[in-house]
Ligand binder design. Structure first.
Ligand SMILES: [Fe+2]
Length: 372
């Protein structure tokens, strides 16, 4: 029996079914879905979705909506009929959790140690707790004939379209100096993928934009990846948290947010047995700094763009228009944007109102200030 580092309090009331799945929720075969109305015969294909779905194992529960093990869904449409299938992604963390009937891995709100670790690699993982984190629970991304499950760590699962199981996994940090990734890459017209990752070993080149050319048949998708632009941190020991980045024909757009991961706290989080939230610092008196970076030269546009304090997860759209870059985002006013996603908190808040203080925001950024 290992040590439970961080066992959250039991939920204050039963959780709804969609966050209360267990291992029995995994399906081996698709089922026929009931169709209301008529689907045109020309509609054919599959929709894949990913998300944290399994929050409990044995006596343990992950408390935050971003903690659960990945569950992949597929809806397939053909000849007017629909089938549905979902299954837990067979990550190493999930398989260990099932084997030991307890949670394993580091979440936002809690941390559960790996029972398979020896004393030596337990010690190592105290200081790099995310090194083995392979719960790719955020998004599905299609590229060529490949389908990937992604999260904010650098381990990427290639998923079998039929079984929804992991065919193989790749660790991007083996080919690039990045130690976190994004679940929301972009693709350009030529088929190049653009990825984002941070490198806490070099705060002068902390935020990195990566170009991943199309892979040749049989080649690792990230084999020819290269960092094409880097930005420094505004702080000495903090990494501004970014879930995604924006891209136009010629520019990357990066929001350096005042919600930041503190590097010394990250180094201690395994030792303290705390979840990732304990490493975050929200500088409520600081603004967002927006950076616009030329995709072709890697140079930052030398204009300081400042936005009020706030928080974003997702970009809606970015485009260039008459010497301006227009950036649309989902804006969050909360001063505790991660705390808001604890399941108990969400359930409690939604009794009274939409549980998040969000809206839309548009930023129109001049590429030159001459003549303005
Ligand atoms: Fe996302």
């Amino acid at each position: 029996m290992g040590i439970r580092y961080s066992t959250p309090a039991p939920p204050t009331e039963p959780w709804p079914q969609y966050v209360d799945l267990d291992t029995t929720a995994s399906m081996k075969e698709p089922i026929q879905a009931k169709v209301t109305g008529t689907i045109p015969r020309w509609v054919s294909g599959s929709l894949y979705r990913n998300g944290s779905g399994i929050f409990k194992m044995g006596q343990d529960r992950f408390p935050c909506l971003f903690d659960g093990y990945a569950v992949i869904h597929r809806w397939s449409i053909q000849d007017g009929s629909v089938t549905y299938m979902s299954t837990a992604l067979d990550s190493e963390l999930y398989k260990k959790a099932v084997k030991h009937n307890r949670l394993v891995g580091e979440g936002i709100g809690a941390s559960f140690p790996d029972p398979c670790k020896t004393i030596f690699n337990s010690f190592f993982s105290y200081f790099m707790p995310y090194i083995d984190y392979d719960n790719s629970y955020i998004s599905m991304f299609e590229r060529g004939d490949k389908l990937f499950a992604l999260a904010e760590n650098t381990i990427v699962h290639e998923v079998d379209r039929k079984t929804l199981k992991s065919d193989r996994k790749r660790n991007v940090d083996k080919v690039l100096a990045v130690h976190s990734g994004t679940a929301h890459p972009h693709i350009d017209r030529e088929g190049n993928m653009y990825y984002y990752g941070t490198n806490p070993n070099n705060l002068n080149k902390l935020y990195n934009f990566v170009k991943v050319p199309p892979a040749k048949k049989g080649e690792d998708q990230f084999a020819n990846a290269e960092i094409v632009a880097s930005l420094p941190s505004r702080w000495k020991l903090n990494i501004g948290y970014a879930h995604s980045f924006g891209m136009t024909e010629n520019f990357f757009i990066h929001f350096e947010q005042p919600l930041a991961l503190n590097v010394p706290r990250m180094l201690c989080m395994g030792l303290l047995g705390a979840g990732l939230e304990s490493t975050l610092v929200n500088y409520t008196s600081e603004p967002i700094q927006i950076h616009v970076v030329n995709r072709h030269t890697g140079e930052r546009v030398p204009i300081k763009y400042i936005a009020p304090h706030g928080f974003i997860f997702h970009f809606i759209n970015c485009y260039e228009d008459s010497g301006f870059v227009v950036v649309d985002v989902v804006w969050n006013n909360s001063t505790s944007p991660i705390k808001d996603f604890y399941i108990d908190q969400l359930m409690n808040a939604q009794k009274h109102k939409f549980p998040l203080d969000t809206g839309f925001a548009r930023f129109v950024l001049p590429l030159s200030v001459q003549g303005i």
